[in-house]
Design a protein around this ligand. Structure first.
Ligand SMILES: Cc1cc2nc3c(=O)[nH]c(=O)nc-3n(C[C@H](O)[C@H](O)[C@H](O)COP(=O)(O)OP(=O)(O)OC[C@H]3O[C@@H](n4cnc5c(N)ncnc54)[C@H](O)[C@@H]3O)c2cc1C
Length: 388
């Protein structure tokens, strides 16, 4: 079988692969390199909605495709108490994947440096000086392979592996009485028998809302349960009985303290496959952009993509691992943990924590807001795991 040579290969062109390819070429980091992008999909569907917070001082490379933004954020406890969040200079943003794909792909398609191949990747191999991506019809070799194809890792008995599974729908309705500038970041006004369960409510217009039923647990639910819970929430909590479903999405995000390997010779893992998903929250978009920034800075300064300091620090991994172990004990319920957290700590400190930018003071505030007795044993276990 023929082997074709490139300078850089992107194995997977979802959020992480496209972010790196786009930003690297846009910033002029790769001026002469030949680039191959391999994916089994052509990325022409709105298959996910990315939401994330961003500080007013920051500007995203994808600002042009922000679909909607909110400054006013709310949290609702399981008992129905409303907590307006002090998110300081952070705003919450939404990007629809179709806008992102179109924006990035229309740029990349104009570049003579880029070749696209639509094919299933069968394997990715590492040799000391090159990575090889194997498809059914060809093999592709490059000095650097950025891999974002994800499969569930081989876990050790002490690894936690929760699933964040969710169904989201975009609805059109005349019955929404809320304010489109206000969103519900976590709304726990739903039953908790399936795990830590809450809704996101993201109004994008007075008559259009994106609602997502989200569960942190180790098992998925029966298909119909997601729809039933959404219907109940719309009817009983938001008092919306008449609506048309415009779009829907289903997703599963791993929430784990498994240590993903970033680099394995010329193959570098990025996105969820590279450990850019935050274990305690599932948020991935911002962490991936920070990893992309580190890769590009390294290329700029040293001519290679490797960097030492991960954005999600050991300290933050330790805290995430502890939180997952506490959730697994089922003694201090998830909704209670988040209610205690958002009652006692400003959202801007929580956002800084989830972006791995929290100070020791923020971390202390977070720890003091929670019931310490449930955290001691999981913390010690996580400490052993991280240092082993
Ligand atoms: C529905 C949904 C909503 C999400 N919402 C948010 C959010 O609001 N905020 C947030 O921070 N995170 C969110 N996430 C988590 C995370 O941001 C996304 O999963 C994100 O797309 C991860 O980027 P990635 O590049 O690692 O993986 P992907 O975007 O999934 O890209 C991987 C690519 O690899 C390709 N691929 C996989 N296997 C093969 C193979 N064998 N051969 C060829 N191609 C292959 C896939 O087709 C895909 O294009 C969400 C995830 C989902 C599923």
């Amino acid at each position: 079988m023929q082997t074709k040579d490139f300078d850089i290969i992107f194995a997977g062109s979802g959020m992480a692969g496209l972010s790196l390819a786009y930003r690297g070429l846009r910033e002029g980091i790769w001026q002469n390199e030949s680039i191959l992008i391999v994916d089994k999909d052509i990325k022409n569907k709105n298959d996910r909605t990315w939401c994330f917070w961003q500080h007013a001082n920051e500007k995203s490379p994808f600002q042009e495709v922000f679909y909607h933004s909110w400054k006013n954020l709310f949290f609702f406890t399981n008992e129905g108490r409303q907590i307006p969040l002090n998110n300081g200079n952070y705003a919450y943003h939404m990007i629809r994947s179709i806008d992102f794909y179109q924006f990035v792909l229309s740029f990349l398609r104009q570049s003579p440096q880029v070749t696209f191949v639509q094919a299933e990747i069968l394997s990715i191999e590492n040799a000391p000086h090159a990575g090889t991506v194997q498809t059914r019809d060809a093999a592709y070799k490059a000095k650097y392979v950025f891999n974002s194809t994800f499969s569930k890792p081989q876990l050790k008995p002490w690894d936690q592996y929760f699933l964040q599974h969710f169904k989201g729908i975009m609805i059109q309705t005349k019955q929404f009485s809320g304010n489109p500038s206000e969103m519900h970041l976590m709304d726990f006004r739903t039953t908790q028998e399936n795990g830590t369960t809450f809704f996101y409510v993201l109004p994008v217009a007075q008559d259009q809302l994106f609602i997502e039923y989200t569960v942190f647990s180790k098992k998925l639910l029966e298909d119909g349960t997601y729809d039933l819970k959404i219907k109940q929430y719309l009817n009983e909590v938001l008092e919306i009985t008449e609506y048309e479903i415009l779009e829907h999405e289903f997703g599963i995000i791993p929430m784990t303290d498994f240590r993903f390997s970033r680099k394995n010779g010329p193959v570098m893992n990025i996105g969820t496959a590279g450990g850019d998903t935050r274990g305690s929250s599932g948020y991935t978009f911002t962490n991936t952009q920070k990893t992309v920034s580190k890769i590009l800075a390294s290329f700029r300064e040293k001519g290679h993509p490797f960097f030492k300091k991960e954005n999600i620090s050991e300290k933050h991994q330790l805290l995430d691992s502890t939180i997952l172990k506490v959730l697994d004990q089922h003694v201090y319920p998830g909704h209670q943990i988040f209610s205690d957290l958002f009652t006692h700590v400003d959202a801007n400190s929580i956002f800084a924590f989830l972006d791995s930018e929290s100070t020791a003071r923020d971390d202390l505030k977070i720890m003091l807001s929670l019931k310490a007795k449930h955290f001691i044993a999981p913390f010690v276990k996580s400490l052993f795991k991280i240092s082993s």
